[in-house]
Write a protein that binds this ligand. Structure first.
Ligand code: M6R
Length: 365
């Protein structure tokens, strides 16, 4: 059932283009975005003072992207929290809020209880879930399914790409209904989303570049991921993926924050991975790369083709993704990070699909 792939994780990364298409296409009818099972009205949206996004692990990292996107397109404040913190912190949730719950399995206990806590306090619940009829789906007011299909590898890959896709569609729906974006703007973003599967196909075709890099660096003891804006959110996910399956210590830092914290840990040969897809923050990241290079870091940058030549002057290795608008870039830019984690784990001889101590679905506290 691995269809000739060595691991489920690789098979599932190869499924990303298809499952993103499956998540978008059925929801575009005659050029209009139609979110099945989402019945929130313009009136409901106009009453929303704040949106909470609650999830665990990789789904939480999707939520961090969701915050940026919803705030940008809908101008509603969004707070994103891990479920195990949210449920115990007496959250300020009421009927003036909506809680977006994200979960691949739909059965994560902390996430389910955070949903119930939120519901008890009067919030409307919209969930982004992969498993049809799961506990989280059943307890929600609105459900937007990610059509990622079964995900077997413990490290989540394709589910994350589809969670992001779904979050962009939610932001478009809310923005259109609230009037904070025009139909033309929404159509332009939808057009960009539809292009992403082709971009991921190209990224997968060029995976050998990442494999080669991993082959040279798999002995790294500690790896930093730094990024700004949406690339910071991506850094969190890239770092988690690497830790989960390769057991290499890693930290994700906001690009501008490193010098307020652990820059002392950057020494000769420390590997620093920099997703750099945000055009308006590009120069700031170049400065951050200079800071870490001055301390001896080896820098792997991931950016659009259009920036590659320039970036080669500063970073040691540049991995490219096809040119894509900064707003939607995370959906394709995560794939090189997933591949990086995969190849590092493979080089180290780790059990890629079943990393130690981790369960696919955490149904205990
Ligand atoms: O099924 P869920 O999306 O609710 O699971 C949440 C986390 O347990 C999950 O994302 C976990 O972090 C993965 N192992 C990430 O690769």
């Amino acid at each position: 059932e691995k269809d000739g792939y060595e691991h489920f994780m690789m098979k599932e990364m190869y499924e990303e283009p298809k499952v993103i298409r499956d998540t978008i296409n059925p929801r575009i009818k005659d050029g209009e975005l139609v979110l099945d099972n989402v019945t929130i009205t313009e009136e409901d949206i106009s009453k929303l003072e704040k949106i909470y996004i609650v999830a665990c692990g990789t789904a939480y990292h999707a939520g961090v992207i969701g915050k940026y996107i919803i705030e940008k397109l809908c101008r509603i404040p969004v707070e994103v929290d891990v479920a195990s913190e949210f449920r115990y912190r007496d959250p300020l949730v009421s009927d003036k809020n909506m809680t977006i719950i994200i979960s691949q399995s739909g059965e994560t206990l902390d996430t389910l209880f955070a949903l119930r806590e939120s519901k008890k306090r009067g919030a409307r619940i919209l969930s982004i879930v992969n498993v049809v009829g799961s506990s989280i789906a059943r307890d929600s007011d609105d459900v937007l399914y990610t059509w990622a299909g079964p995900e077997i590898a413990v490290a989540s890959t394709k589910a994350y790409n589809t969670q992001l896709t779904a979050l962009y569609m939610v932001a478009l729906e809310l923005g259109l209904k609230k009037g904070t974006i025009t139909k033309e703007e929404a159509d332009a973003i939808l057009g960009q989303l539809k292009q992403i599967p082709n971009d991921i196909e190209k990224i997968l075709e060029n995976k050998e570049d990442i494999q080669k890099f991993a082959h040279q660096h798999y002995n790294a003891k500690s790896i930093f991921f730094i990024g700004r804006g949406l690339d910071y959110a991506l850094s969190l996910e890239g770092s988690l993926k690497l830790k989960e399956i390769s057991y290499i210590h890693s930290e994700a830092y906001a690009g501008g924050e490193l010098k307020h914290g652990t820059i002392a840990l950057i020494e000769k040969g420390t590997l620093v991975v920099c997703p750099m897809t945000q055009d308006n923050l590009f120069d700031k990241m170049v400065s951050n790369i200079r800071e870490v290079k001055a301390r001896g870091a080896v820098v792997l940058a991931i950016t659009q083709e259009k920036h590659a030549e320039e970036l080669k002057k500063t970073a040691d290795t540049v991995i490219t993704i096809p040119d894509v608008d900064s707003l939607v870039a995370p959906i394709s830019a995560v794939t090189p990070l997933q591949l990086f984690a995969y190849y590092m784990a493979l080089e180290k001889g780790c059990d890629v699909d079943k990393p130690r101590n981790l369960a696919k679905s955490v149904t205990v506290e």
